[in-house]
Design a protein around this ligand. Sequence first.
Ligand SMILES: *[C@@H]1O[C@H](CO)[C@@H](O)[C@H](O)[C@H]1NC(C)=O
Length: 135
Amino acid sequence: MHLKVVERLYWCCLLFIVALSGAAAVIHVSGYEGRDVNVSCSYGEGYESYEKYLCRNDCGNSDVLITTTKAKKNKYSIYDDKKRRVFTTTLSDLSSVDAGKYWCGVTRTGKDIYTEVRLFVCICQLGDLSGGGPH
Ligand SMILES: *[C@@H]1O[C@H](CO)[C@@H](O)[C@H](O)[C@H]1NC(C)=O
């Protein structure tokens, strides 16, 4: 009866392990469906006053989700901690379509600075654990 739940947990853990074992150059973030997740990216000294943003896929103009110039948009919000040189984008109400490839960017003249981000969304129905399992 609880097999489905176990299966789900298994996939969940597997994703976390994949996330943890990835290359250091890529930031791996995991979140739960329906919850929020924070994507934090650090940047180099001297870029404190530059615009930061988060984009998806190939990071074309229409792929930019949010920038520090407009701190809140739809399900995204962004905060730049200039003391720690880390900017954090919060994605709220995660769903499976949010999983995938993102880029943290710093706008500058010439080529922007990019950091790759992989977001995993864990479809864990925690309620199943206390309930009678899937029907
Ligand atoms: C994301 O960061 C904000 C601000 O630091 C914090 O209040 C919130 O709890 C964090 N959310 C998660 C899911 O870690």
